[in-house]
Design a protein around this ligand. Structure first.
Ligand code: UDP
Ligand code: MG
Length: 329
């Protein structure tokens, strides 16, 4: 049995697994091979996300074979986001990397990613696919559209092709964990917390075995979760058509009234009624937009995200004392 030594820094590999009996051993062997010459201690932390196949039993066997292997097992399938969150919570390492079990996140990239972070120039090294070779055309198209819409709505620069395969230092792990929201969209969270990030590019790799656990419906829900977690704009969307409707109705009314007074032509009752109705529904939309604005603010508050994320601080002794006093209160 392999033993854990305490001298080197520890890198926790967080691996969510859901029905991965066909990929698990291959993933473990490949990752061991790719990481053996890295100057870091490795710890595997598998999160069994309610697998119905033999995955859990295989994890137990791996634990018996290798003391560096640990696992958490959920009572049912809670989704990859929940598994990643649990993984980050239970990761004991100075560094942690999130990886898929199907080898679509190539373990060969780990040494390069680790070197970038350990050198201190970056807090995170993130893998990015430069193409989607081998993936279905419709799925690629929908994914591209999603990232464009998401970037527009959230105002964050979501890198196309970015994966959850990110290696981060303890500072960034703690920042990610400080966002305790239940409906999680990690790709957005990793961007939201900031820090210096190095992008490591690679060509898409097809699944080693088995099939994707994401149905089209699951992907749509994931996309909606992403958008609603990082943008309240859809809530306020009624504001603009409301304004347009209202302005158009007032303009129509003004034209009709001037026709009546200047050209002495008859009032067209249907137009008066039409602009009155338009004005009314415009006001309703406008009010919905305002409700949306308040609801959006309430939504932001209940997420309890930190107001800021600290990277470094250098304070005078007196300020530090004051801070300690405030914290004590
Ligand atoms: N996964 C999970 N829970 C789920 C779906 C997926 O833990 O509900 C895991 C899965 O076992 C794999 C990773 O998340 O290790 C990525 O899943 P998959 O390969 O199916 O996603 P894709 O690569 O098709 O986006
Ligand atoms: Mg995959």
């Amino acid at each position: 049995m392999k033993k854990v030594s305490q001298e080197k820094p520890l890198l926790t590999l967080i691996v969510p697994v859901y029905n991965e009996e066909s990929s698990l051993n291959h993933f473990y062997d490949q990752t061991c091979k790719c990481t053996e010459s890295m100057g870091v201690e490795i710890e595997f932390l598998f999160i069994n996300d309610g697998s119905e196949d033999n995955t859990l039993e295989m994890l137990r066997q791996l634990c018996r074979r290798d003391s560096r292997v640990r696992y958490l097992s959920f009572s049912r399938n809670f989704g990859k986001e929940a598994a990643m969150y649990a993984g980050l919570q239970y990761a004991g390492g100075d560094y942690a990397a999130i990886m898929d079990a199907d080898l679509q996140d190539p373990p060969e990239l780990l040494p390069k990613m680790y070197d970038a972070v350990v050198a201190g120039d970056y807090d995170c090294a993130a893998a990015r696919r430069v193409n989607r070779k081998g993936e279905g055309k419709i799925r690629s198209f929908c994914a591209d559209c999603f990232y464009k819409i998401m970037t527009r709505l959230s105002g964050m620069n979501l890198m196309p092709g970015a994966r959850d395969f990110q290696l981060m230092n303890r500072k960034m792990i703690n920042a990610v964990l400080s966002l305790k929201e239940k409906s999680r969209f990690s790709k957005g969270i990793f961007e939201w917390v900031g820090f210096r990030k190095k992008w490591v590019e690679y060509e898409n790799v097809e699944r080693s075995s088995g099939c994707s656990k994401w149905s089209f419906g699951k992907l749509c829900r994931y996309a909606l979760d992403g958008i609603t977690s990082f943008s309240t704009l859809p809530l306020q969307a009624a504001f603009i058509p409301g304004m347009i409707c209202w302005i158009a109705a007032v303009a129509l009314l003004a034209v009709e009234i001037s026709r009546f007074y200047v050209l002495s032509s008859d009032m067209r009752n249907w137009l008066l009624l039409f602009s009155f109705l338009m004005c009314l529904s415009g006001m309703q939309f406008f009010c919905m937009g305002i409700f949306g604005k308040y609801l959006g603010k309430t939504y932001e508050e209940v997420k309890h995200r930190p107001v800021y994320v600290m990277d470094e601080c250098h304070l005078s002794e007196r300020t530090e004392e004051n801070e300690d006093e405030q914290n004590a209160k």
